[in-house]
Design a protein around this ligand. Structure first.
Ligand SMILES: Cc1cc2nc3c(=O)[nH]c(=O)nc-3n(C[C@H](O)[C@H](O)[C@H](O)COP(=O)(O)O)c2cc1C
Length: 327
């Protein structure tokens, strides 16, 4: 019988299938079900840097939010009153008392500010690890690529000083030297890279002639991009790799592990199919491992990573093979 246990950022997991950060991971009841259905770990819904800043503001007086957009200030102030850092640490406490899988906190952040000192309180609440969702588009015309990267280095270095928790960094792919940059991040004493962050995607309503939001629950979105970069980075980074985006079922999970992912994170597929879909994914994964006589996850992890290839040349040849014959 296939053994799904694995290591992820130094933690022992029963399965490489993690529930990614989302609205489903903000309640104890749902997290208990995820654990019962076999999830290897759960990444809690992100708390925003602004929520922590708001708490500091209440404790010590005025702190500027990192925005000059008036509507944003109103929204942040309303949102932060609904969901506090205190509630977040209480959820961690409750989870740690009731479920026996690792609980990973998540902070959505854009800057290296006072909020970082609060990482220690997550550690004290008993959380097993921290995922940083560093969330900003390089859409500032005054910000160079190097300055953009520097923001990541600052946040990570600063948070590393604040806590000894294992740290995962969920990042975007908007960097000019992506392989080089992600490799450098992996040497900053982080324990995982999570590829890739999904940004809010604006759409346009051609009837109302207005900006609209594209659907948040599209399956398979971003899967191949994440697969490519997991395969490129496998064995070239100094930390675990976790794939997020487009893991619709066991097949996509297997592909990511074959490419070199230590774990995969599932979100939209659970919204669309229900939490017990985790059982289906696990059953199919076990069946596939048995069929291919893989007793353990490590027996097939990275088997199809690009590790022995010069990625550039390898991908160029694949591109030629793929497109040359189509007329
Ligand atoms: C409704 C919803 C809420 C989400 N909330 C968060 C969040 O709070 N923090 C975060 O890092 N990612 C969040 N995500 C992104 C997911 O963790 C995941 O990276 C993304 O949805 C891609 O995976 P999927 O294709 O399995 O949905 C959210 C996604 C959805 C659909």
């Amino acid at each position: 019988m296939a053994n799904l246990s694995c290591k992820y950022m130094g933690l022992d997991l029963k399965s490489p299938i993690i529930v990614g950060s989302c609205g489903l991971t903000n309640s104890l009841e749902k997290i208990q079900k995820m654990a019962d259905y076999g999830a290897g770990a759960v990444v809690l819904k992100s708390i925003f840097e602004e929520q922590i800043t708001n708490e500091i503001k209440q404790n010590i007086g005025n702190v500027d939010f990192n925005t000059d957009y008036a509507e944003a200030l109103d929204y942040i102030s309303g949102y932060t009153q609904m969901a506090s850092f205190e509630t977040y640490t209480q959820l961690i406490n409750k989870c740690k008392q009731s479920v026996d899988i690792p609980i990973i906190a998540s902070i959505n952040c854009t800057s290296d500010g006072d909020w970082i000192s609060y990482a220690k309180r997550l550690e004290e609440a008993g959380v097993d690890a921290l995922e940083l969702n560093i969330f900003f588009l390089p859409a500032d015309f005054n910000l160079s690529g190097a300055a953009n990267e520097e923001r990541y280095y600052k946040i990570i270095n600063h948070i590393r000083e604040a806590t000894r928790l294992p740290i995962a960094v969920k990042t975007s792919y908007y960097f000019s030297g992506l392989a080089n940059f992600l490799q450098k991040l992996s040497y900053l004493d982080i324990q995982s890279l999570v590829l890739f962050n999904r940004f809010y995607a604006p759409d346009i309503d051609i009837d109302k002639l207005s900006i609209a939001a594209s659907s948040a629950l599209v399956e398979n979105d971003g899967f191949y991009n994440s697969l490519r970069w997991i395969a490129i980075l496998y064995k070239h980074v100094n930390c675990s790799l976790s794939a997020t985006s487009g893991i619709s079922g066991a097949e996509e999970a297997i592909k990511q592990i074959l490419a070199g992912a230590d774990t995969v994170q599932v979100v939209t597929a659970l919204y669309n199919n229900g939490l017990d879909y985790l059982k289906t994914i696990h059953k199919k994964l076990e069946k596939w491992m048995d069929k291919h006589q893989f007793a353990n996850i490590d027996d097939f992890k990275g088997k199809l990573g690009f590790v022995n290839q010069n990625s550039d040349a390898f991908l160029r040849i694949q591109f030629m093979k793929h497109f040359a014959g189509i007329e």
